[in-house]
Design a protein around this ligand. Structure first.
Ligand code: FAD
Length: 338
């Protein structure tokens, strides 16, 4: 039997990190160091969350501007639309585009506790798909033409009709969105986001590889074509696990919970959380995931240890035996948006 060539047996596994805007000056200073360390690892992008109802608009933009100013890494802005008018959302998108952001995670966002689906608080937007459409529209209006380099003629540029495309990611829920009525509805929502122009999915955190892999399989069968990145969170204490379960509405992973609860030392708990994330990441990569999106909690050490544990801090990683996500683009890197 012949051995596959090296290029077929190894591939670069892209990865990205999620950060949130800091609330104090001390946290902002620490985040600047974290950004430097994360950027040095060579992620495809750094994403920055957006506080519900625009509460972190300024601080999110500050973090994104810092990434754009001080690193070569793509800066992805999370944006939510719940409670916004079209005019407000239009202004917001324009502000982020003016700051140089060309990559977005378009979210509906959560209405305040107690609000029912369909109540007036949802504003002009019923779903994230409508925000996806609006981002494309605002970008098209802002720059209806683009310049391309003419090869061989220094400083020459050709002006072409057609705007620079932006990357627009959307949220995906392997175990269903807490408000969703059925798993079919979650896939339908993803299809609607694709039809609106989304070109990347990023999942909610999950704790078992088969939850992600079977979700991707169902999405592919339904016709979702864009890459879907698994969102992985190293959970390094029982208190943090309880908190993220409360926030995300995910089911408590009994095995991880017990192991964290019975481990007496902080260091031991941290090791358990990292080991769990490493195993999960390795399993989804082996199952064909096109990359990893790591929730960094504004700290670099833990997520870099996870990548190191998976052997991903170098240029390439061993290729899995199973095929990549069906119909997804070749996973040498996330697709470049041109
Ligand atoms: P949608 O996908 O539009 O809808 C969520 C679900 O509601 C759907 O899956 C579907 O089941 C159901 N649904 C959609 N439309 C309808 C309809 N018309 N009728 C009935 N049901 C419908 N929140 C923040 O505030 N800031 C952040 O920075 C942030 N970052 C996130 C990053 C990731 C990777 C993820 C997964 C989530 C993030 N969230 C964030 C949370 C997100 O705002 C919530 O999940 C929110 O409840 C829904 O937003 P969405 O974009 O998923 O909405």
């Amino acid at each position: 039997m012949s051995t596959p060539p090296d290029s077929a047996r190894t591939r670069r596994i892209p990865f990205s990190f999620e950060l949130y805007p800091p609330k104090t000056d001390a946290a902002a200073a620490a985040l600047a160091t974290t950004i430097d360390h994360l950027a040095a690892a060579g992620p495809d992008f750094l994403s920055v969350t957006y506080g519900a109802n625009g509460s972190s608009r300024r601080s999110s933009l500050d973090v994104l501007s810092r990434i754009l100013r001080t690193t070569n890494v793509e800066a992805m802005a999370h944006l939510t639309c719940v409670g916004s008018t079209h005019e407000e959302a239009n202004r917001l998108i324009r502000e982020f585009l003016d700051a140089g952001v060309r990559s977005f995670l378009a979210l509906r966002g959560d209405p305040p506790a107690g609000t029912k689906e369909g109540e007036a608080f949802l504003g002009d937007f019923g779903s994230a798909a409508e925000l996806v459409q609006l981002i494309h529209r605002v970008q098209a209006e802002k720059s209806p033409y683009r310049e391309t380099i003419i090869p061989g003629i220094p400083a020459a540029r050709a002006v072409k009709a057609g705007h620079e495309k932006v990357r627009i990611a959307v949220a995906a829920f392997p175990n269903g969105h807490p408000r969703s009525r059925s798993s079919a509805q979650d896939i339908d929502t993803l299809l609607a986001k694709q039809a609106a122009g989304a070109n990347l999915g990023i999942t909610q955190l999950f704790f078992h590889a088969d939850h992600f892999l079977s979700f991707v399989q169902r999405a592919r069968e339904a016709g979702v074509l864009f890459p879907i990145l698994p969102g992985i969170m190293p959970v390094t204490s029982p208190a943090r696990l309880r908190r993220i379960i409360e926030l995300s509405g995910e089911q408590m992973p009994a095995d991880l919970s017990i192991r964290l609860e019975i481990e007496p030392t902080r260091e031991g708990q941290r090791e358990i959380g990292i080991r769990h994330a490493v195993d999960l990441a390795a399993q989804v990569i082996a199952g064909g995931a096109p990359g990893l999106h790591l929730y960094a909690f504004n700290q670099h050490e833990t997520v870099l240890e996870v990548l190191d544990g998976c052997g991903l801090l170098g240029a390439t990683a061993p290729v899995r035996d199973t095929p990549a996500q069906p119909q997804a683009p070749a996973p040498t890197a996330l697709p470049t948006i041109v």
